[in-house]
Write a protein that binds this ligand. Structure first.
Ligand code: P6P
Length: 381
């Protein structure tokens, strides 16, 4: 038919959120936050689209300080793309109510939303019910070669405060099973926001003309088995025996899931995992000799992606267990850490926030099979 024939009456993201948050009182109030996140993703999408034509990026006014920072010829504040994307996500979560603190791949330790919004009293939003984690622009190296990049986020309920309103950094060091919502935005051939609120996975494609996210993928389900695998096989020699045997067996047979196997690796977590979610198969970033915990960060990369995968009928494993069951390393109890100073505690928490974990995500049958290799060939520890 004529170009641009729209699919009939696709629901907007806003409408989806209104209904879902009305339906489940436990996530009431998250709709405003998630709408702000979607707006931030639209702005990130625009920044990514303009990354090669704008000599630098940004808003005319520094969103945090409100001042005109050093400006470029377009009158735009000069800052690195990832710093700007981080600022947009910080404000999306902290400026919409409900979230009291955030942790980001770009921030050494978590920040209170009062601090993010520049309020005098940084604890002014300390009663927010949620904390958020995110990686604002994952795989940003891909932008130079015009390849896909993504944003990953997760939202936890903040445990009850113990009186003092000081930011409870430990409230971030939770298991992925405590995630209330998680999702990602893929900036690629299309810009797709994928979200789970704990009852299924839903995908929304950005209409580039209306700048509106429309529900193109209701109730996403990953095939139980698939023929697509997504590993950076350049590291084959550094993988452990279980992963080496899994990969070599599969390539020996030339099949996976009973079909001709196919390799896909773009080098951006969100793109590679979305590909597996749509087509079935397995994505893996295993441990290597040099990186015994792999490269991906548990809190704001692997756990949110694992929640999406499980909610879509797939699986997320470390090779030794379920990603969502992994508890980030907690700061040792006061006084026994040998760090009597606050900064020592912060350093411990920083480690927990940015802990890495070997990551396998995909169809249940494929992840299960890889786990069997870990069971039979893995070291017993
Ligand atoms: P490698 C991007 O830097 C990233 O964190 C993920 O998005 C991606 O899957 C992975 O690293 C790629 O890492 O070692 O294969 O280049």
């Amino acid at each position: 038919g004529p170009a641009g024939m729209k699919k009939k009456d696709l629901r907007t993201f806003q409408r989806f959120l209104e209904v879902e948050c009305w339906k489940s009182p436990s996530i009431r109030g998250l709709d405003r936050t998630l709408l702000s996140v979607a707006d931030a993703c639209k702005q990130i999408n625009r920044i990514v689209q303009r990354a090669q034509t704008d000599d630098l990026y940004g808003a005319a006014v520094d969103p945090l300080t409100g001042e005109l920072a050093e400006v470029n010829v377009q009158g735009e504040v000069q800052q690195q793309l990832d710093v700007l994307c981080n600022t947009l996500m910080l404000r999306a979560f902290c400026g919409s109510g409900g979230v009291c603190a955030v942790a980001s791949e770009e921030e050494p330790i978590p920040r209170s939303c009062g601090d993010v919004m520049g309020y005098e009293n940084e604890n002014v939003i300390s009663d927010g019910e949620y904390v958020a984690v995110f990686d604002p622009i994952d795989g940003s190296k891909n932008i130079d070669s015009s390849l896909p990049v993504g944003t990953v986020f997760g939202i936890y309920r903040s445990p009850a405060k113990s009186g003092s309103s000081k930011l409870h950094i430990e409230s971030f060091l939770q298991r992925g099973t405590n995630l209330v919502a998680s999702g990602y935005c893929l900036y690629s051939a299309t810009t797709v926001l994928v979200l789970t609120l704990g009852s299924g996975v839903h995908g929304f494609t950005l209409d580039p003309d209306k700048q509106t996210f429309l529900q193109t993928h209701p109730n996403m389900r990953i095939p139980d088995v698939g023929n697509l695998y997504s590993f950076n096989e350049a590291y084959y020699r550094d993988y452990g025996e279980p992963v080496q045997r899994f990969l070599s067996n599969m390539k020996e047979s030339g099949t996976m899931g009973g079909k001709k196997v196919s390799a896909r690796y773009v080098g951006a977590l969100v793109a590679d995992v979305h590909n597996v979610l749509i087509n079935g198969g397995i994505y893996g970033y295993p441990a290597t000799r040099d990186d015994p915990n792999g490269k991906l960060r548990l809190l704001y990369e692997s756990a949110p992606m694992a929640m999406v995968m499980e909610q879509a009928g797939g699986a997320g494993s470390t090779g030794r267990g379920r990603i969502l069951d992994v508890l980030p390393p907690q700061p040792s109890q006061d006084g026994v850490t040998g760090h009597d100073d606050e900064s020592g505690r912060d350093r411990e928490i920083e480690k927990g926030i940015h802990v890495r974990v070997p990551t396998f995500l995909g169809s249940v049958e494929n992840v299960f099979e890889l786990d069997q290799f870990h069971k039979y060939y893995g070291d017993d520890d």
